[in-house]
Write a protein that binds this ligand. Structure first.
Ligand SMILES: NC(=O)c1ccc[n+]([C@@H]2O[C@H](COP(=O)([O-])OP(=O)(O)OC[C@H]3O[C@@H](n4cnc5c(N)ncnc54)[C@H](O)[C@@H]3O)[C@@H](O)[C@H]2O)c1
Length: 328
């Protein structure tokens, strides 16, 4: 029997690889294209729930064109911040598609942070008005930050970000940090209403909210909106009144409707993001009001995970761990 070892990559090992937004967006696009081509085996997420409002999800996938496979095991515990821990964290395993042998075990927090924002950046590229100048971010946590970085990367015309968080301190730190980092005006706001005024793009990145909080008149002609709470932040007037509603996975997003995630029931979806990446029109004029609810799918994580694994091997990053040596 051959000795088997696997590569272990911590969050810091991964961040040390210096992977940039264009590479991350490209890996996400490759995954979305495979999804549209139906060359992925990507069963719906299943989960366990050890505390109220919390989850641990399993997300396995095989991407045939890329010949990459693996699984993400990711948790969401909204009260973790009080314990000095992130809300979202976990692990990802990359397997050898020929033998099934685990090749690499890696942190999935950074991957989740950037790939989710990259999916939104792809959405912005295809569905936001060209030369958008103002954006509202509701929720100044990990995703709120990553979203502004990724969106500014694909929409350099952005000049102003208006941010609201239930924690005024979080909004202030966000404004100070990202304003300097991205060289743009970032204004902390004292209400959602104030934040969404006079912007071109609105994204919500809060928690599993119990009722919508976006004002019913917030989405004006020409605007793009979206959220990471499976539609929970958006009122039925907008969910069912927008010109186009898109998602990265119709099947999995539809399942959330059965848990009351979309006020007034599931909206009529125009299509999936992968179809738009492949050429189906996104925004077609400056008047359309478009909403996007990307649920997050395993192919996005494993596509990026494969790239990280290859880069880490090339650079000698991480540490090798023994898995097995002898027959028994
Ligand atoms: N779709 C996906 O692929 C995907 C991936 C990762 C995370 N998520 C979701 O994104 C959301 C944010 O995740 P995160 O990692 O940034 O969490 P986080 O804990 O880092 O940030 C959440 C922020 O939202 C704020 N907040 C909570 N309720 C609010 C409200 N009602 N109004 C304004 N601000 C509020 C919190 O104070 C916090 O600053 C979560 O719902 C998470 O489940 C989705």
């Amino acid at each position: 029997m051959q000795k088997v070892e696997l590569l272990y990559l911590s969050q810091e090992d991964i961040m040390g690889l210096g992977i940039g937004w264009e590479e991350i967006i490209h890996r996400v696009e490759l995954a979305l294209i495979e999804q549209a081509d139906k060359t992925i085996e990507n069963p719906p997420k299943r989960g366990i729930h050890s505390r109220e409002n919390a989850f641990i999800h399993e997300m396995p996938v095989y991407l045939k064109q890329m010949d990459a496979c693996g699984i993400k095991w990711v948790s969401g515990y909204p009260d973790n911040r009080e314990k000095g821990l992130p809300q979202i964290l976990g692990l990802q395993i990359m397997n050898c598609p020929d033998t099934g042998v685990p090749l690499c075990i890696m942190d999935c927090r950074w991957i989740t942070g950037v790939r989710t924002a990259a999916v939104t950046a792809v959405t912005v590229r295809h569905c936001a008005k060209a030369d958008s100048r103002g954006i509202a971010i509701i929720g100044a946590g990990v995703q709120g930050k990553m979203h502004l970085r990724a969106i500014k990367h694909v929409m350099p015309s952005l000049e102003v970000c208006r941010v609201y968080d239930i924690s005024p301190q979080a909004a202030k730190v966000y404004a100070d940090t990202l304003g300097k980092e991205l060289n743009m005006e970032v204004l902390p706001c004292s209400s959602v209403e104030e934040a969404v005024r006079e912007v071109d793009i609105i994204f919500t990145a809060t928690q599993k909210v119990s009722r919508p909080f976006i004002p019913t008149d917030a989405l004006k002609p020409g605007m793009l909106g979206g959220g990471l709470e499976a539609g929970r932040a958006w009122p039925k007037e907008l969910l069912h009144g927008a010109d186009k509603v898109i998602t990265d996975d119709l099947g999995q997003t539809s399942q959330y409707a059965t848990t009351g995630a979309f006020e007034g029931g599931l909206p009529e979806f125009y299509g999936e993001l992968g179809e738009i990446v492949k050429g189906k029109p996104g925004r077609e004029n400056d008047e359309e009001r478009i909403l996007a609810f990307n649920i997050g799918i395993a192919c996005e994580d494993i596509s990026l995970g494969q790239y990280i694994y290859e880069r880490a091997r090339d650079k000698g990053a991480g540490i090798m761990l023994p898995l097995m040596e002898k027959e028994f």
